[in-house]
Ligand binder design. Structure first.
Ligand SMILES: NC(=O)c1ccc[n+]([C@@H]2O[C@H](COP(=O)([O-])OP(=O)(O)OC[C@H]3O[C@@H](n4cnc5c(N)ncnc54)[C@H](O)[C@@H]3O)[C@@H](O)[C@H]2O)c1
Length: 142
């Protein structure tokens, strides 16, 4: 079973983030430029929240808030739910399902070392299943 660490080694360890005092406008522009659905809200070295497309839809748009004037800290989701590098992707899927989140920043000894999304997990599960199918076919057909 693939671990978060193995997934990050393949996918990369970069994390896109935003500051708590940055505006919602700047945050959604950053998400559009990077083509991602979530940003970690960093207060210096500390992850203090998540800002996602869902946060924008529910906490900004539906509440009629102004994107240029609203700081991310007012509409982010906190506390952050993290993954650890030694966890398996099955464990992460279970956390995402229970907590109803689609992104898990990865913390190792208090340091942010990456991000996994639901798409990353699904892609990895499909690759694992494909590998199993190929092994079984080889076993059957010799
Ligand atoms: N083919 C692939 O390798 C692959 C991987 C992931 C997602 N997807 C597809 O992209 C679509 C959306 O994916 P999603 O719902 O998982 O979320 P998403 O659009 O937020 O994530 C897309 C990719 O960006 C990364 N990412 C997101 N936020 C990040 C951040 N703040 N810092 C660093 N990396 C970040 C994710 O880990 C993922 O690899 C889906 O259709 C999914 O199937 C494809």
């Amino acid at each position: 079973m693939t671990t978060v660490e193995q997934l990050l080694d393949r996918k990369g360890h970069g994390v896109s983030s935003v500051g708590p005092d940055d505006s919602v406008s700047d945050a959604i522009k950053e998400m559009a430029v990077k083509d991602i659905g979530a940003l970690v809200v960093m207060d210096g070295e500390n992850p203090v929240g998540m800002f996602t497309e869902r946060d924008y839809a529910r906490n900004v748009y539906l509440k009629g808030k102004s994107s240029p004037k609203t700081p991310v800290r007012d509409v982010m989701t906190a506390p952050v739910i993290f993954a650890r590098p030694e966890q398996t992707i099955d464990e992460c899927m279970s956390v995402m399902t229970r907590k109803r989140v689609r992104h898990l920043p990865v913390m190792d000894d208090g340091v942010l070392i990456g991000m996994v999304s639901i798409g990353d997990l699904v892609k990895t599960v499909i690759e694992e299943q494909q590998h199993t199918i190929e092994q079984l076919e080889e076993y059957i057909h010799g």
